[in-house]
Write a new protein. Structure first.
Length: 487
């Protein structure tokens, strides 16, 4: 035992213990381990209760034998064995320490995640409670806005729309006019704008001529506050000029309007202008005049374009009717000439064959034209009958599915169906939508005699007419293309 390497190894990693097997404690340990030859060197590692391969001796103490050597041992061999065993024990100890550190880090991460989840849920609950309070305040105060305004300022408010934001958009789009959104708060500048500008006759005249005005308290009401945050406005009061649009114009498609904003759901609009600043009647009137007159000019141009389209369609129909009349007259003259032509001489065989071939070809053309006209008339009559039936069908009120059809010619048609209706109903409507558009005051347009409906993005043909619109994932709205079938 005296050699220095052995002493250093024992002091650094082991606790030495010696016992005479002729005495009780050491002898009992030798019997427990089944030792027969002495001296014996053992390296033991203590274990917790319940560990695998643990030896219990004495009662309540658990260990396992890492290394055992009986008889004489060389000094260098003993140092080498103890060094290797100590290195192994150190590695295991370091690994357990690393595991404990990783476990501690995981516990800390779990605790941090639980705190973050709790904070997120708390913020969500607070936000939901705030939104509910704003919604209740808007539902309570909006119906009596005129009374509150008059009691605050001592005069009647400007002519404002009393419904919701969605209803105001629908009203402005149907008239058609622009939507003027007035966002305000309870501050001094909002009071000054109401007193100095909004109560003036000039402001009221411009609103009555060009706009549908919708007021909103951006501090106390839900939708006005959401608008304020959505547009990232910086001050109140603010006047917004919005162009109402169809929700299908807000689709992310090549033909979609990049200005279109869909908010709230199933409502679309584009922001044309925004005014905020010191209450100046001249500046506000100039702002309203600019956008109102521009919108009126655009509407006038659109009306002229629609009038030109109607005139072109009428001219095309007149030209087609004239061509049909001339064809019928030419057909009648040919029939009259063929019936009154003299018989060829008996001695000339070749002219008789040529005349017969010409007559047969003419008769074939006449029969083909007559058959095509008959089929066209039957198709038009059938489509008009289906269109008249669809006019009498009431639009559904729940489970809605709004569909837009795009024809190969570029024309569009729009209709609302029930989400559980089969695709065959949409095919019936698509077949007669040209005549139906004419019955509703628009210009009829051509629909291919045979066609297939397809989704636009991703491209997919809709051929199973028994499936419902919900099963086909067309709810709540979709754009379908009419693909003409090749003959």
């Amino acid at each position: 035992w005296p050699p220095p390497p052995l002493v250093r190894e024992l002091r650094s990693r082991f606790i030495p213990w010696a016992g005479d097997v002729c005495r009780f404690e050491a002898g009992t340990l030798a019997k427990a381990l089944g030792l027969q030859e002495f001296p014996a060197l053992l390296v033991l590692q203590t274990l917790p209760r319940g560990a695998a391969d643990a030896i219990e001796w004495p009662r309540g103490c658990f260990f396992r034998v890492h290394w055992l050597r009986c008889g004489r041992v060389d000094e260098r061999e003993l140092v080498r064995e103890l060094s290797q065993l100590g290195g192994q024990l150190d590695a295991e100890r370091d690994q357990r320490a690393a595991w404990r550190q990783q476990l501690q880090q995981m516990q800390e991460m779990n605790s941090a995640f639980a705190r973050a989840m709790g904070d997120t849920q708390l913020r969500a609950q607070r936000q939901a409670a705030e939104m509910e309070a704003l919604r209740e305040a808007e539902a309570e105060e909006r119906p009596c806005f005129a009374v509150l305004y008059e009691s605050r300022y001592g005069h009647e408010p400007p002519n404002c729309f009393e419904g919701s934001f969605e209803e105001a958009l629908a009203c402005a789009r149907s008239e058609p006019r622009l939507l003027l959104v007035w966002l305000f708060d309870d501050g001094a500048e909002s009071d000054s704008l109401s007193q100095a500008v909004l109560s003036g006759e000039v402001f009221g005249a411009f609103v009555a001529e060009y706009f549908v005005m919708w007021p909103g308290n951006a501090e106390r009401w839900l939708v006005p506050k959401q608008l304020y945050q959505h547009l990232r406005l910086e001050s109140l009061p603010t006047l917004l000029v919005l162009q109402p649009m169809s929700v299908f114009e807000a689709e992310i498609l090549p033909w979609g309007d990049p200005r279109a904003v869909e908010f709230p759901a199933n409502s679309a609009w584009a922001l044309l202008g925004c005014w905020s600043g010191a209450p100046d009647e001249e500046a506000v009137v100039a702002f309203l005049s600019e956008h109102g007159e521009r919108a009126a000019e655009l509407e006038r141009r659109r009306e002229e374009a629609r009038q030109r389209s109607r005139e072109q369609a009428a001219a095309m129909r007149a030209l087609r009717d004239e061509q049909d009349r001339e064809f019928q007259e030419s057909l009648a003259r040919d029939l009259q000439l063929s019936s009154s032509a003299p018989a060829p001489p008996s001695g000339s065989g070749q002219p008789t064959q040529e005349g017969t071939a010409v007559a047969r070809e003419r008769e074939a053309r006449e029969l083909a034209a007559s058959e095509a006209q008959r089929k066209s008339d039957e198709l038009a009559a059938r489509r008009r009958g289906v269109a008249e039936k669809l006019l009498a069908v009431e639009a559904p009120t729940v489970g809605l599915c709004k569909l837009v059809l795009r024809m190969p010619s570029g024309c569009r048609a729009e209709r609302t169906f029930g989400a559980e209706e089969p695709l065959s109903v949409v095919y019936d409507w698509a077949d007669c939508c040209g005549e139906l558009h004419g019955f509703q005051g628009g210009e009829p347009f051509e629909v291919p005699e045979r066609f297939t409906l397809a989704t636009t993005y991703p491209r997919s043909l809709l051929t199973d007419r028994e499936r419902s619109l919900r099963d086909l994932q067309l709810v709540p709205n979709a754009v379908l293309a009419v693909v003409a079938d090749d003959d």
